[in-house]
Design a protein around this ligand. Structure first.
Ligand SMILES: Cc1cc2nc3c(=O)[nH]c(=O)nc-3n(C[C@H](O)[C@H](O)[C@H](O)COP(=O)(O)OP(=O)(O)OC[C@H]3O[C@@H](n4cnc5c(N)ncnc54)[C@H](O)[C@@H]3O)c2cc1C
Length: 403
């Protein structure tokens, strides 16, 4: 049996290693279009490779994926984040877990992961053919698959496509022609530009736990928020960009967001706390006593936005003003106009539709003996090691080559 893996990235290597482990007699070849394998692994996580996430349960892990939950639920049952950490440990790649649950190699070098994969492929005698672009694929006799290269064509018993995310639909045309549905590729994981909002004057301010919502939709996210000189960033914004990726694309990145700066939702509770401050510190100036541990600069900015003099004493504000403060703390609005790519990690929302594959074995419904794994599928996660985990898990499952 000879098996081809198209694409020498994270999913391709992991699939190849497991195909050869599952079928030791098979000839396994990775075809990589560039002169380098595992290029994204190399640059990932700022050169440190956030290899997975230490989420404690499969349910928790699944929360991190705006698209692909159903396929991943089944894949994580076979191979999940804990399995990946064990897999690396068994091969002497120790990992460390950060406070935010991101997992990195202990060496803090993505090269450790690359060296491990290269040693494994060498030991298993997996062939790697660089500078080989697969141009086309077709079903040939006896359900085999013919791959076409610039140099000619070759026939394989089984093929796994691991060509990664394609930012343009054009890059997926060769797979669409075979009868696979394509979910339009659009960017995910980006930050929000707010060219007309004065809040950008607070650049550098971090608010630890906010909730952000795309107005008029069900999309919300929470976590730390960073104000930048062009708008807003930080985990809460990146998560919102991932979950709202398709909706925001359709809105041409022009939309209002609602920010709850204090992650409290009951109007009366917030009001009670403000009245308590007023009672305890009636003579304090508003600017000198910021409620809910808000960053100083943000509190002054919100007072200015409400046209409340910062010198005013707490006792001098009435019921109407207190209501206004509650509103701005829990439901402040900003206009987003445009986006900026998050440089640390960007992924594509969209790809081969999950309707075109069997969720259990990742086999194509259109072409026999063809499988998919990794970001080429309409599967993507938020930042935190989740995208690599999707590549490892889907690569592992596709490598079973189950009919
Ligand atoms: C800057 C950056 C940093 C990131 N950091 C992290 C991180 O720390 N943690 C995390 O979880 N995720 C991270 N990601 C996301 C992660 O890198 C991807 O989700 C992951 O690499 C997807 O793996 P893949 O194997 O599906 O695709 P890829 O890694 O993109 O590999 C696909 C391979 O296929 C090859 N190929 C494509 N078409 C063909 C063809 N026709 N013939 C032959 N070869 C072909 C490509 O050249 C490529 O080598 C980062 C992404 C970027 C861009």
């Amino acid at each position: 049996m000879n098996i081809a893996i198209i694409g020498g990235g994270a999913a391709g290597f992991f699939a190849a290693i497991h195909v050869k482990t599952n079928f030791p007699e098979a000839e396994v070849t990775i075809f990589e279009k560039t002169s380098k394998v595992l290029a994204k692994v190399k640059i990932s996580g700022g050169g440190r490779c956030n290899v997975t996430n230490a989420a404690e349960t499969i349910e928790e892990l699944l929360q991190a994926y705006p698209r692909g939950k159903r396929v991943l639920k089944s894949a994580f049952y076979h191979f999940n984040n804990r399995d990946m950490i064990k897999w690396l440990h068994k091969r002497n790649v120790e990992t460390i877990v950060q406070d935010d649950k991101c997992v990195f190699p202990k060496s803090q070098q993505s090269q450790s992961i690359i060296d491990c994969f290269l040693a494994e492929t060498k030991q298993l005698d997996i062939h790697i053919r660089l500078n080989h672009v697969v141009l086309a694929l077709e079903q040939s006799n006896n359900d085999k698959i013919k791959l076409s290269f610039k140099e000619g064509s070759e026939v394989f018993n089984k093929v796994i496509v691991t060509t990664g995310g394609s930012p343009k639909r054009k890059g997926l045309l060769w797979l669409e022609k075979l009868g696979h549905t394509i979910e339009e590729p659009v960017p995910s994981l980006f930050t929000f530009n707010m060219p007309n909002e004065k809040v950008t004057s607070l650049m550098g301010v971090v608010v630890q736990n906010v909730q952000v919502k795309i107005q008029g939709t069900k999309f919300t996210a929470s976590g730390p928020l960073l104000i930048t000189h062009w708008g807003m960033s930080g985990p809460a914004i990146l998560i919102l960009s991932a979950f709202g990726a398709r909706e925001l694309f359709h809105r041409n990145y022009l939309f209002p967001i609602q920010v709850n700066w204090i992650y409290m939702f009951d109007f009366n509770n917030v009001k009670t706390e403000l009245i308590a401050i007023q009672k305890t510190h009636p003579k304090k100036q508003m600017q000198k006593l910021k409620p809910f541990g808000l960053p100083n600069r943000l509190w002054l900015y919100l007072l200015e936005k409400l046209q409340i003099s910062p010198e005013k004493k707490w006792i001098e504000i009435g019921n109407k003003t207190i209501n206004k403060i509650v509103n701005i703390l829990t439901n402040d609005t900003y206009d987003v106009n445009g986006k900026t790519t998050f440089k640390e990690e960007f992924v594509t929302c969209g790809g081969i539709s999950l309707k075109s594959i069997n969720a259990k074995n990742l086999q194509s419904k259109a072409i026999k003996n063809l499988y998919f794994a990794g970001e080429v599928l309409d599967v993507d996660g938020i930042t935190g090691g989740f995208n690599f985990q999707a590549a490892w898990s889907t690569g592992f499952v596709a490598a079973k080559l189950l009919d």
